[in-house]
Design a protein around this ligand. Structure first.
Ligand SMILES: *Cc1c(COP(=O)(O)O)cnc(C)c1O
Length: 239
């Protein structure tokens, strides 16, 4: 077994264990393997090990890496987990099955316009800036209820909420906070899923109800340095 296959087996084992410890169905937690910066060959290894759901944080990188893989794996699913500029909405709808970073009214309107034009209405997660960090994307917690209602009224396919806790704070507090926002905005026909938890804290996130965990390093190993190297807000503070 290759290293990525071994890592995947270990992460899947730990996901199942964390779910059982929380009295949850292990199948109710989906692993999003975050492949940003890693080459297509790494994604291929994960595909060979049965992984089908992946996360990328940049439209251009996803465009370079994923279309050929999709041709061979029809059931591959790709999540956008980085900020989306409105001028890239059209391109993003052609590449991603799930947009996890719906974070502002302008983007909601652009997605709704494009959905009306093309009939493509992807599953969306609303990103909440639970730590109210100025450099981080996401709707402010105080505006979350209104924004969720606005996105639903626009006809967007709102599947859940997503957060990236501040690196220097206890993630459990943020996971509990996101869950609380979700529960008060659940609708009878559409309970909100939770995308939360990364390599360092996905088991904690599962204890707090995560339905999607976004795991990069624990699956693919440390990320290579990007050619242009400079850290940026586009990394979501999580690079
Ligand atoms: C990079 C990234 C991840 C994965 O982070 P790891 O710590 O490598 O697991 C998860 N979510 C987002 C939004 C990211 O940008």
């Amino acid at each position: 077994m290759g290293r990525i296959a071994e890592n995947l087996a270990e992460v899947r084992r730990r996901i199942a264990e964390a779910a059982r410890a929380a009295d949850r169905d292990p199948l109710a937690v989906e692993l999003v393997a975050v492949s940003k910066v890693h080459p297509a060959a790494a994604v291929e290894e994960a595909l060979a090990a049965g992984q089908r759901t992946f996360g990328e944080n940049r439209v251009q990188e996803a465009k370079a890496k994923y279309p050929p893989l999709r041709e061979r794996f029809a059931d591959l699913r790709l999540h956008l987990i980085g900020p989306l500029q409105t001028n890239k909405v059209k391109e993003a709808l052609g590449l991603f099955d799930v947009i996890e970073t719906l974070d502002r009214p302008k983007l909601a309107k652009a997605l709704a316009r494009e959905a009306e034009k093309t009939g493509l209405n992807p599953a969306c997660f609303i990103q909440v800036n639970t730590g109210e960090e100025p450099q981080k994307a996401g709707i402010a917690p105080a505006e979350a209820d209104g924004f969720i209602a606005e996105c639903r009224a626009l006809g967007l396919n709102v599947q859940g909420l997503m957060c990236i806790p501040p690196v220097d704070e206890e993630p459990a507090l943020h996971f509990a906070f996101l869950r609380e926002i979700a529960r008060r905005n659940d609708s009878a026909d559409q309970p909100l899923a939770l995308s939360m938890g990364m390599s360092g804290d996905y088991e904690t996130a599962i204890a707090f109800g995560a339905s999607f965990v976004r795991v990069g390093t624990a699956v693919f190993g440390p990320r290579p340095v990007r050619p242009e190297a400079a850290p940026s807000a586009a990394e979501g503070g999580a690079a």
